[in-house]
Design a binder for this molecule. Structure first.
Ligand SMILES: Nc1ncnc2c1ncn2[C@@H]1O[C@H](COP(=O)(O)OP(=O)(O)OP(=O)(O)O)[C@@H](O)[C@H]1O
Ligand SMILES: [Mg+2]
Length: 244
């Protein structure tokens, strides 16, 4: 058996809520005492594996822990318990805005994103035109990214992410804001990646896309695994539960 592209073993993540009041001894003691009750259990004992060539969907309600899970897979968040291992170069397209500087031009952000993803400057230079053409942003590339529409922004992020030629692609809702033509294009790019035995983790509220595109899916509920299985089955079960 080939080794998994992603292995998640009993991962738990707890967040300590942000405290904005001035800490006093009394409040600190009170916080210590209430530690268990005030912590947010974003993920609890989550385990699964994903094989190379697989598209793996993650669904669940707002706050279920999907983005937290992607951050763990991307290595930007350390789990409090358990471990997550990825085998392969990973490109992360997390929620909109992460990794880009909105004050800078599209051009500068292509460089920022490419360098952050591990590309060399010379590689970015040689692929720059392709990245921009792919995103369809020739006209807007010198403008600050803060003037982009949400869809334009995500197209740029997707193009940079794909230029990294990742073996593992982590997507958090990024395609849902693209228009029809870009969505078709990005779906094709993702299928090509899977054909090359790449792996995709696809977080989305678009249940139809998950059912259609993913081989298997994970349903998270309050940070726990509710169900893992063939994408269509999991989506159906989730929809059934949601309509109750
Ligand atoms: N940095 C943080 N500090 C404190 N709590 C956090 C932090 N990030 C996430 N959480 C909490 O962890 C839980 C899971 O959040 P997460 O963003 O993973 O949910 P999600 O499934 O991605 O939701 P959505 O569908 O809205 O994107 C939520 O209760 C959230 O409030
Ligand atoms: Mg999220």
């Amino acid at each position: 058996m080939s080794r998994p592209a992603i292995l998640v073993d009993n991962v738990s993540v707890r967040f300590r809520p942000y405290v904005d009041r001035k800490p006093t001894v009394r409040r600190s003691l009170a916080r210590l005492r209430h530690r268990e009750t005030t912590e947010v259990n974003a993920l609890t004992d989550v385990s699964f594996s994903v094989t190379p060539g697989e598209a793996f969907g993650v669904i669940g309600r707002n706050g279920a822990g999907k983005s937290t899970l992607l951050r763990v897979l991307a290595g930007t968040l350390r789990p409090d318990d358990g471990k997550a291992v990825t085998n392969g170069t990973t490109s992360t397209l997390l929620q909109l805005g992460v990794g880009f500087n909105p004050e800078l031009s599209g051009r500068r952000n292509v460089y920022l994103g490419g360098l952050a993803g591990g590309m060399r400057k010379a590689d970015i230079e040689s692929r720059f035109d392709d990245i921009v053409t792919y995103a369809g942003l020739e006209e807007a590339i010198e403008r600050p990214v803060k003037t982009y529409s949400t869809g334009m922004f995500s197209r740029l992020a997707f193009s940079v992410g794909m230029a990294l030629e990742p073996e593992i692609l982590l997507l958090d809702e990024i395609l849902s804001v693209g228009d029809e033509s870009f969505r078709g294009k990005s779906m094709q790019a993702m299928r090509d990646l899977l054909d090359r035995s790449g792996t995709i983790v696809f977080v989305s509220h678009s249940l139809a896309s998950v059912a259609q595109f993913c081989d298997r899916a994970l349903w998270l509920e309050h940070g726990r695994v509710k169900q893992i299985g063939p994408a269509e089955e999991v989506v159906e079960a989730y929809q059934k539960a949601a309509s109750k």
